[in-house]
Design a protein around this ligand. Structure first.
Ligand code: PXG
Ligand code: PLP
Length: 445
């Protein structure tokens, strides 16, 4: 006799307070996913839905890939948990070594967290600690950017620049932050393919406004996503990140790239840093490191930063920070399975192989109803829709729901519709994804 399938069993929807969700709306018409394989979800009614966003920008190797599943299974029976507080287990060291090998030259020490949000709050503490150990304890201010997303913890929220994620939390926001302007400018750069040729000078605001205002001696770091994801897929102008790097170097300010979405192949290189040829001092990562299969995140730092802690903090604990589950064995096993899968299938090269098809697909929406911009780089892109009067986000959400009903998952980010498929996707999946969105756009008021 078959055991009852609990994933299919009826359950109360009442008790689960869902994250980042219109709870009553979901509960009145649940989009319930009960299985997944490769490019697709399976729903409770047996239907398949194409995953056009690598779930939440993370399932880069595709769903339930055999090496990852097997690694997790094996690890669960061999060592369920061992902590990394003064004890260790081999897998965490192996993953750190593998991640360091993928990172840009010079960034070679890895600290583990369980999420991108934790990675961002961790990197902020590292930056302040590093300056303090070097006798620059006044460097505590952080510079983020408008429309940036750096997770939901207190530090990350404070350097983020998506207004809806900040407005309810006034007194919780850190005071010592400021923000660069975002780089999104529909009046001059709408419908740009890849990086725009103009706009690098937006980085100069750091040196012309922010450094004079706060004084470099008070600024710990600048944190930006190389390509902003949750802010609506904003691609940096050519030369912009290079210029931020130069200004930070001139003023002794650390440059942090938040690669939680860009990392692990999204742009056709292991990290966006390599794609742009710009090396930050620290990188935050999460999501793709395990292809989303088990939560894991972390921070990669330059040797000099690690060495400063080891030499200057003295005997005893050098960095008073860590999560119970930092370097969890199951997460590390999942990471090794994912990194093996990426390597064996050469998946970090897929965005290069699919570049033209993906870019053409994103830009095929120029002239479609409501579309005011199309943006792309590597295997990440978005179309921006004009907002409905008095109802920002409503049109984007309607596109998401109608596409879901037609078997395609794309994510609404306000009135942007984002595309970020698993790296294993093929041309036929792109055709289905873009085709469905095009069909739906013709039906949306
Ligand atoms: N930094 C960046 C650049 C991210 O994209 C985080 C930090 C936080 O990671 P965690 O693992 O704590 O979620 C992210 C996460 C969206 C959306 O609306 C984007 C993210 C998470 C949830 C929703 O598109 N990015
Ligand atoms: N709250 C309490 C009471 C704890 O004991 C701990 C960890 O020991 C935490 C919060 C932090 O949990 P985590 O290490 O999983 O982030």
């Amino acid at each position: 006799m078959n055991a009852p399938d609990k994933t299919q069993a009826a359950q109360s929807l009442e008790h689960y307070w869902m994250p980042y969700t219109d709870n009553p709306r979901f509960k009145s018409d649940p989009k319930m996913i009960v299985g997944a394989k490769d490019m697709h979800y399976r729903l409770a009614d047996g239907r398949e839905v194409l995953d056009g966003l690598a779930t939440l920008w993370c399932v880069n190797a595709g769903h339930c890939r055999p090496k990852i599943v097997e690694a997790i299974r094996r690890q669960a029976g061999a060592l369920d948990f061992a902590s990394s507080f003064s004890t260790g287990h081999p897998l965490a060291f192996q993953v750190a070594e593998r991640v360091a090998a993928l990172a840009p030259e010079g960034l070679d020490h890895v600290f583990f967290t369980n999420s991108g949000s934790e990675a961002v709050d961790t990197v902020m503490k590292m930056a302040v600690g590093y300056h303090r150990l070097r006798g620059e304890g006044a460097r505590t201010r952080f510079i983020g950017r408008e429309k940036g997303y750096h997770g939901v913890n207190i530090g990350g929220m404070s350097v983020s620049g998506v207004p809806v994620n900040r407005k309810a939390y006034g007194g919780l926001l850190l005071g010592g932050t400021d923000h660069l302007r975002h780089t999104h400018d529909l009046s001059t750069r709408a419908f740009t393919r890849g990086c725009a040729a103009t706009g690098a000078e937006l980085a100069d605001e750091l040196e012309q406004r922010i450094v004079p205002l706060h004084d470099a001696s008070n600024i710990a770091a600048v944190i930006v996503e190389p390509v902003s994801g949750a802010g609506g897929v904003l691609v940096p102008p050519q030369g912009y990140l290079q210029r931020l790097r130069e200004i930070c170097t001139r003023h002794g300010i650390l440059l942090i790239f938040d690669e939680v979405i860009c990392g692990f192949g999204r742009l056709g290189t292991p990290f966006a840093s390599q794609y742009f040829g710009v090396t930050p001092d620290m990188i935050t990562f999460a999501k793709g490191v395990t292809s989303g299969s088990v939560p894991l995140g972390g921070v990669i730092v330059k040797k000099e930063i690690y060495d400063t802690f080891m030499k200057s903090a003295g005997a005893g604990v050098q960095f008073f920070h860590g999560y119970t589950y930092s370097g969890h064995p199951l997460a590390c096993a999942a990471a090794l399975g994912a990194l093996d899968t990426y390597a064996e299938e050469n998946l970090f090269d897929r965005p290069n192989q699919l570049a033209k098809a993906f870019e053409d697909g994103v830009h095929s929406f120029k002239g479609s109803p409501h579309v005011i911009d199309c943006r792309n780089l590597g295997l990440i892109g978005a179309i921006e829709l004009a907002a409905r009067a008095g109802a920002p986000g409503a049109r984007g959400f309607e596109v998401f729901e109608k596409c879901w009903d037609k078997g395609v998952f794309v994510r609404p980010v306000g009135d942007n519709v984002a595309f970020c498929p698993p790296l294993i996707c093929e041309k036929k999946h792109l055709d289905q994804m873009f085709g469905t969105v095009a069909e739906v756009l013709r039906t949306v008021a």
